[in-house]
Design a protein around this ligand. Structure first.
Ligand code: ATP
Ligand code: GCO
Length: 177
């Protein structure tokens, strides 16, 4: 049985290859919160575009972000907690997802460009080509300190990183935050 954590909706964010899916799945196992892979909410044209090596535009992303926002809102209303992977690269995207709504928290996976390049080169069986990394990094606006985001460097193992996040959640729970 998983440990009890106060239900929160966490958006696990960062560029392609930062480890969103890997970390979110570990956190799902530990918290028991519902999990949604944000990549699965992309309209199929978006996936085809990325697979062909073309970066998405803001216009491509809005319908996808709206689907992500719907999922977040449902989870908040249900009070079940939730884990969504979503690159959420720009501040306006995070606003669209509902940043600032109580109970919604972002978890930013901060990884150096070198490590990202290496991970994406090694990854197999994913539509996102490593050639899109520069555009992902160019689009990224890291969350600032006045945003409700936890920032974790993820150049250690998935288990170590997940343990760090759980420690933060326990601390927030014990402080009644
Ligand atoms: N902490 C880690 N240490 C080493 N390798 C990792 C780590 N986290 C993830 N990886 C590996 O890096 C690759 C990218 O991870 P993952 O698919 O979880 O990233 P992602 O952010 O969900 O990517 P995308 O947004 O493109 O779907 C995978 O091959 C994964 O096994
Ligand atoms: O905003 C974006 O450009 C996209 O969401 C990408 O980040 C991908 O969906 C994901 O990272 C691919 O695997």
């Amino acid at each position: 049985m998983s440990e009890h954590f106060k239900p929160r909706v966490l958006v696990v964010m960062g560029v392609s290859g930062s480890g969103k899916s890997s970390i979110a799945l570990r956190l799902r196992d530990e918290t028991g919160w519902p999990f949604q892979e944000g990549d699965e909410l992309h309209p199929k044209d978006n996936v085809a575009k990325m697979a062909a090596g073309t970066p998405l535009t803001d216009e491509d992303r809005w319908p996808w972000l709206d689907r992500c926002a719907d999922w977040i809102r449902e989870r908040l209303e249900a009070g079940s907690g939730g884990l969504l992977t979503c690159s959420a690269l720009r501040k306006v995207y995070r606003d669209r997802l509902g940043e600032g709504v109580p109970g919604l928290q972002f978890l930013y996976l901060k990884v150096s460009a070198e490590v990202l390049r290496e991970r994406l080169q090694r990854r197999r069986g994913h539509y996102m080509p490593p050639s899109l990394l520069p555009s992902q990094l160019a689009t990224l606006e890291e969350p600032t300190t006045d945003e409700p985001a936890l920032v974790v460097p993820v150049e250690r193992t998935v288990d170590e990183t997940a343990a760090d996040v759980l420690a933060v959640l326990r601390r927030l729970d014990s402080q009644g935050k």
